[in-house]
Ligand binder design. Structure first.
Ligand code: M6R
Length: 611
């Protein structure tokens, strides 16, 4: 979703803003702009805006060289209010250039504010909610920028992270946030604000995460933070554990391919620190054995692929820890007035830790008195900070819109939690527990083996790249896996893809199967194998092209499937971690064959910070 960069310092700002925005491109956007302050001009604030890719902004500004000035703000916009065009692109200016604003989030009461401002004579140039903020700042600016910001944000309903320039404060950049992320950092080069860490990584790894309703001022001597009373406050800085290389492509054609290949490491880094002397150690989680024994039910909530992790985790927790699990889409959870019994553990899963609906689900559950546990990848993100307990996955920065390594790391976290809960609650025999730890530890090397089939997957993708409809079927845990397989394919290839519990096909969907339909069957669960094969026979008989994923040695699959992909053998419960890899590769190579921008599929954003 929208990306913000702000900078003031000793280097010309435009180039730093453009480079920073480029490193936030993964968030998804459809227009871009910068505004740089130059005290030598009659009107110090000047904006450059384009529709489309950042390259157009580079072209319009001579790669930033034609833009003088040492402080500025930049923005990549993912359209919400008003179509993606130059007028609606940020920054938005007010008062003929008195104030400039970039914004991530949604202002819910913008129409009401707009009417009032129009009544006072303000003329709007765009259809955006953001422009109201620029005019409000102008209205309240009586020479004290902190006061103007406080007064302005007090009138805003909704979510926002803002970067702000005032005409009469050259060399200063302001930031403030509520429910949309904003970080601040300082280096020898100057001071920065940004929506996410990659933007500032070439300059520093020391960052601080603004809390809701905190203000930061970037100036020539560094950073000053304020609360809503306008009082200066101290902030702690943390050192980001990954470096700039981790957020670059490293020789791969796309981030997605790089991240698929990083899965063995992501799993290793997520699992290894928690295994000591052959046993799981989850003391960092801070959950006591009594707390774990007291869990009567788990309520999970997440969005997109993280929701698929929850769907898989339902089987895992119920099987290994014998705890009943309910799974909700985070966007639905709080609106259905759920019945939440005492002893329910709320689990929220999120790579970014900033997904608006997941954050809202967490807040809702906490407000109902539930103990909350978050599985999060981004350290210091909102969900990580607000949850009672946090399990950090160690996938490293994930840039591609289509999640791969973060999904795998989230699954690994669920396995560990379920096994630990199962042992503490004495429903998992010690010998099963140890066997499962061995299987878990082998996943990275088994994924490595699957990755060696990449050329076969590329060939297969080329063969089916023109498919119009794809159906992914599976039973039990395989059903949870195909949900992710179908999403991967559709989000980056634009092929219509649906996932079904195989047994559900004949209750309606089978009428869609015809010659040319592609059906991908995942069959790894021993007790469900025969039933899955029956469902495969049914679709094959109706003319579908049938692909299958199964474990090594299950050659019976080849009687039905036109093409079979084999994965290494493991305990049944761990197959989701292996199955997903060929499905990711298939989606990647189909997208490539169709000439789609794999890392930035249309209309999508990496981090969905609006509801
Ligand atoms: O950052 P989160 O894990 O909370 O993101 C959730 C979804 O937006 C995300 O998984 C999305 O579905 C991906 N595009 C899937 O590849």
């Amino acid at each position: 979703m929208c990306g913000i960069v702000g900078y003031t310092g000793t280097t010309k700002a435009a180039r730093i803003l453009l480079d920073g925005l480029e490193r936030l491109e993964y968030r998804g956007y459809d227009s871009a702009g910068i505004c740089v302050s130059d005290g030598n001009r009659e009107h110090p604030l000047q904006a450059w805006k384009v529709k489309g890719r950042l390259q157009a902004l580079r072209d319009a500004t001579g790669n930033g060289e034609q833009v003088p000035g040492f402080s500025g703000i930049g923005h990549t916009r993912w359209a919400t209010h008003g179509e993606p065009n130059t007028e609606n692109a940020h920054p938005h200016l007010s008062g003929g250039g008195k104030v400039a604003v970039v914004h991530n989030g949604i202002i819910e009461n913008y129409q009401e504010l707009r009417q009032k401002l129009e009544g006072k004579g303000y003329v709007f140039q765009s259809e955006t909610d953001t422009e109201t903020i620029a005019h409000l700042l102008n209205e309240y600016d009586k020479g004290d920028p902190i006061d103007a910001i406080v007064r302005t944000v007090m009138h805003l309903r909704g979510s926002f992270a803002l970067g702000i320039l005032f005409e009469d404060r050259p060399g200063e950049v302001y930031g403030v946030r509520r429910d949309s992320p904003l970080i601040a950092a300082v280096s020898d080069e100057g001071a920065f604000i940004a929506s996410d860490v990659p933007a500032i990584l070439p300059y520093t790894r020391k960052v601080t995460y603004l809390d809701n309703m905190e203000i930061v001022c970037l100036h020539k001597d560094g950073l000053t933070f304020y609360n809503m009373d306008g009082e200066p406050i101290e902030k702690e800085f943390t050192t980001v554990s990954w470096d700039v290389e981790a957020a670059e492509k490293g020789g791969y054609a796309h981030f997605m391919l790089k991240e698929i290949h990083e899965q063995p490491k992501a799993l290793e880094d997520t699992i290894r620190p928690h295994i000591q002397d052959g046993k799981l150690v989850l003391s960092e989680l801070g959950m006591t054995d009594d707390e774990i024994r007291g869990i009567r039910r788990i309520q999970m909530a997440a969005c997109g692929s993280a929701w698929h992790v929850c769907m898989t985790a339902k089987y895992i927790f119920e099987r290994l820890a014998r705890i009943p699990v309910d799974v909700d889409l985070a966007s639905e959870f709080r609106y259905r007035d759920p019945v939440l019994e005492e002893g329910t553990l709320l689990m929220v899963v999120s790579q970014s830790g900033e997904t608006a609906d997941s954050l809202a689900a967490l807040r809702y559950g906490k407000a109902q008195g539930m103990l909350s546990l978050a599985i999060v990848n981004v350290v210091g993100s909102s969900i990580a900070r607000e949850a009672d307990r946090v399990f950090y996955t160690a996938a490293g920065p994930e840039i591609a819109v289509a999640t791969t390594k973060a999904y795998s790391a989230q699954l690994a976290a669920c396995y560990m939690l379920a096994m630990h809960f199962g042992l503490v609650r004495k429903v998992m025999a010690e010998e099963d527990y140890l066997r499962h730890i061995t299987a878990l530890s082998r996943l990275p090397e088994q994924i490595e083996q699957i990755l060696q089939q990449e050329a076969r997957m590329q060939w297969l993708a080329g063969k089916y790249a023109n498919t119009r409809d794809a159906f992914f079927i599976g039973r039990g845990l395989d059903y949870a896996s195909v949900l992710e397989g179908a999403l991967k394919l559709k989000e980056i290839s634009y092929i219509h893809a649906e996932a079904y519990a195989a047994g559900e096909l004949k209750h309606g969907t089978i009428s869609l199967i015809e010659k040319g339909s592609m059906v991908m069957s995942v069959a790894t669960q021993h007790d469900l194998l025969e039933k899955e094969i029956s469902n495969m026979v049914e679709v094959h008989a109706r003319g579908a092209t049938l692909l299958a994923v199964t474990y090594d040695g299950n050659y019976a699959m080849e009687d039905q499937a036109d093409f079979t992909i084999y994965i290494p053998k493991t305990e049944d419960v761990f197959y989701p971690s292996l199955v997903v890899v060929p499905l990711q590769l298939l989606a990647y190579y189909v997208s490539l064959a169709r000439g789609i921008d794999v890392d930035k599929p249309r209309n999508l954003a990496k981090s969905v910070t609006v509801e």
